[in-house]
Design a protein around this ligand. Structure first.
Ligand code: NAD
Length: 474
C-alpha cells in the first residue's frame, strides 16, 4: 500500500530504476538523459480551510516533471497517503506515458492530503477550489501551462470545481475550460472520458492476446478474451471499466479485491451487479454466490489468466511476486509492480503490460477533451450529417446496381455518421493499437527483455528528439 513516505520513495526508486534500465539501450547523450529523468519543478503548499467553524490546514503539491512539451498534464490524487516522492513518481510516469501514446504534453501530477471518503462534500469543494486558487496564484495551471485531470480519489465533480475557479480568476479567457480535463460533459467535458482508461486497458489486453509470439509458452488458449479468467484489484474508475469491457468481450471475472475485502467465484461475477451491490451496501463483501475473502491482497496470488491491479502502487512486490500465478499482469494502476517484483515476474515468464502504455487511455481522451475545449466545437458536429448523406448516396447506388433492397436496420447501420462518442472511441482504439505495435517493434528490434523496457525506451527516444531539436536555453 502507498501508505508511508517509505512507500512513496520505493515507488519513485522503481520508476527511476525502470528508466535507468531502458536508458542503457538509448543512443542519447548522458546529459540529455539526465534532463529527461529529472523532475523540472515541485510546488508544495499548505493552506487553511474552514468548515463549520473549524479550521484545518491542508497540504497540497503539484509536480511538473517535464516541460519539453506544454502544457504539462496529469491527474490530482486525494489521499491521506499522498507524499512528495509518490507524486514525483506519478508525474514522471506521465511524461513517458504521453510520449508512448503521442500525446503532445509534458508529465505532471498533483496531490492533496485529504480523505475523500470521510470528508463532507462541502469540505471537498472548499479544498478543491482553494487548491486550484493556489495553483492559479503561481501560474501553475492553465490550458497552455498545466492541465490537471482526475486520479485516485477525484472525479468529474472536482474537475468542474477547478474549471469554475479558474474561470472566475481568468474572466473572459476564451479557452479557460481547457485548464482541466475529465469535466462533466455539461461543463466542457467529452463523452467517453469517464471510461477511457478502462476501455484503453481492454484494447491493450485485446491486442496483446493476438500477439501469439509474445504469449508463447504461457498456456493461454485462443487469441481473444472469450473465457479468459480475470481477477481485478480496485473497483474504482479504472478497475470497474477495465473489467466491464473485458467481461463484455467474453472474459470471466472470477475475483474482485477491494480495500474492505474481496469476493471470488470461479464461474464468474457480474461486474455491473457487483458494482451496484458495493454502492448500495458500502462493501463488496456478501455478494451473491461469492466467497468472501478477508485479506483481499491474497487474491493477487490466485490462479487466473489475467490479473488487473487497478488500485494503487507497490501492490505486487518482493514479498508476493514469487507467488503470483497470473499469466498476464495488466497494469491498470500506476506502479502496481515494484522493480524487485518485476525481476521476479520476468524470470517466471509472466507477461506484464506496463502502466505507461496500458493505462494511457485516460490521458489520450483527456487530450481529445482539451482539443475540444480549444476548438469550441463538439467532435462530429460539423461533419456527421454530411457523412450520412454521402453514405446514403452510396447505399442507394449499391441498391440500384444490385437490384436488392437493404433492411431498415442494415441501412441505418451503414449510413451512420460519426458522433462524439464514436470518434473518441475510434481515436482511443487507434492510439492503443498503434502504441502497442510501436513498443512491440522496439522490443523486437532492440532485443529487449520485456514490454516495459521497450515502452520506456520508445518514450525516451521521442522525448530526446524533442530536446535535441529544442537545444539548451540560453
Ligand atoms: P478510484 O479512486 O476511482 O478507485 C480506486 C479503487 O481502489 C477504490 O475503489 C478503492 O477502494 C480501491 N482500493 C484502495 N486501496 C485498495 C487496496 N489496498 N486493495 C484493493 N482495493 C483498493 O481511482 P482510479 O482513478 O480508478 O485510479 C486507480 C489507479 O489507476 C491509480 O493508480 C491511478 O493513478 C491509476 N490511473 C487512473 C486513471 C484515471 O483516469 N482515473 C488513469 C491512469 C491511471
Amino acid at each position: 500500500m502507498g501508505n508511508s513516505q517509505n512507500e512513496g520513495k520505493k515507488f519513485l526508486d522503481s520508476v527511476h530504476q525502470y528508466f535507468d534500465h531502458a536508458a542503457k539501450f538509448s543512443r542519447l547523450d548522458q546529459g540529455i538523459l539526465a534532463q529527461i529523468k529529472a523532475c523540472n519543478s515541485v510546488y508544495k503548499v499548505s493552506f487553511p480551510v474552514e468548515v463549520d467553524g473549524k479550521i484545518e490546514v491542508i497540504e497540497g503539491i503539484r509536480v511538473q516533471h517535464s516541460h519539453h512539451k506544454l502544457p504539462s498534464k496529469g491527474g490530482i490524487r486525494y489521499s491521506m497517503q499522498v507524499d512528495e516522492d509518490e507524486v514525483k513518481a506519478l508525474a514522471t510516469l506521465m511524461t513517458f506515458k504521453c510520449a508512448v501514446v503521442d500525446v503532445p504534453f509534458g508529465g505532471a501530477k498533483g496531490g492533496v492530503k485529504i480523505n475523500p471518503r470521510t470528508s463532507s462534500v462541502k469540505m471537498l469543494e472548499k479544498v478543491t477550489r482553494r487548491y486550484a486558487a493556489e495553483l492559479i496564484k503561481k501560474n501553475l495551471i492553465g490550458p497552455g501551462i498545466d492541465v490537471p485531470a482526475p486520479d485516485y480519489g477525484t472525479g468529474s465533480r472536482e474537475m468542474a470545481w477547478i474549471a469554475d475557479t479558474y474561470q472566475a480568476f481568468n474572466y473572459g479567457e476564451i479557452s479557460a475550460l481547457g485548464c482541466v480535463t475529465g469535466k462533466p460533459v455539461g461543463q466542457g467535458g467529452i463523452r467517453g472520458r469517464a471510461e477511457a482508461t478502462g476501455l484503453g486497458i481492454y484494447f491493450g489486453i485485446r491486442e496483446a492476446l493476438l500477439d501469439t509470439d509474445l504469449l508463447k509458452g504461457l498456456g493461454i488458449e485462443g487469441t481473444t478474451l472469450e473465457g479468459k479468467k480475470i481477477i481485478v484489484q480496485g473497483l474504482g474508475n479504472v478497475g470497474y471499466h477495465a473489467a466491464f469491457f473485458c467481461q463484455k468481450d467474453g472474459a470471466i471475472i472470477t475475483g474482485i479485491a477491494e480495500r474492505e475485502g474481496g469476493i471470488y467465484n470461479e464461474n464468474g461475477i457480474d461486474i455491473q451487479e457487483a458494482f451496484r451491490h458495493r454502492s448500495e451496501t458500502g462493501s463488496i463483501l456478501d455478494f451473491k454466490d461469492c466467497k468472501n475473502i478477508v485479506n483481499s491482497t491474497d487474491m493477487l496470488e490466485y490462479e487466473c489468466d489475467i490479473l488487473i491491479p487497478a488500485a494503487l502502487e507497490n501492490q505486487i512486490n518482493e514479498k508476493n511476486a514469487a507467488s503470483v500465478k497470473a499469466k498476464i499482469i495488466a497494469e491498470g494502476a500506476n506502479g502496481p509492480v515494484t522493480r524487485e517484483a518485476d525481476d521476479i515476474l520476468i524470470k517466471k515468464k509472466v507477461v506484464i503490460l506496463p502502466d505507461l502504455y496500458l493505462n494511457a487511455g485516460g490521458v489520450t481522451v483527456s487530450y481529445f477533451e482539451w482539443l475540444k475545449n480549444l476548438s469550441h466545437v463538439r467532435f462530429g458536429r460539423m461533419g456527421k450529417r454530411a457523412e450520412e448523406a454521402s453514405y446514403r448516396r452510396l447505399v442507394n447506388a449499391i441498391e440500384s446496381s444490385t437490384g436488392k433492397t437493404m433492411t431498415a436496420s442494415e441501412r441505418a447501420m451503414l449510413t451512420q455518421g460519426s458522433d462524439e462518442i464514436g470518434l473518441v472511441r475510434s481515436g482511443l482504439e487507434d492510439t492503443m493499437i498503434n502504441a502497442y505495435h510501436e513498443i512491440r517493434d522496439v522490443m523486437i528490434d532492440k532485443k529487449l527483455p520485456d514490454l516495459r523496457t521497450a515502452a520506456f525506451l520508445t518514450a525516451i527516444e521521442k522525448i530526446g528528439v524533442s530536446y535535441e531539436s529544442l537545444g539548451i536555453f540560453p
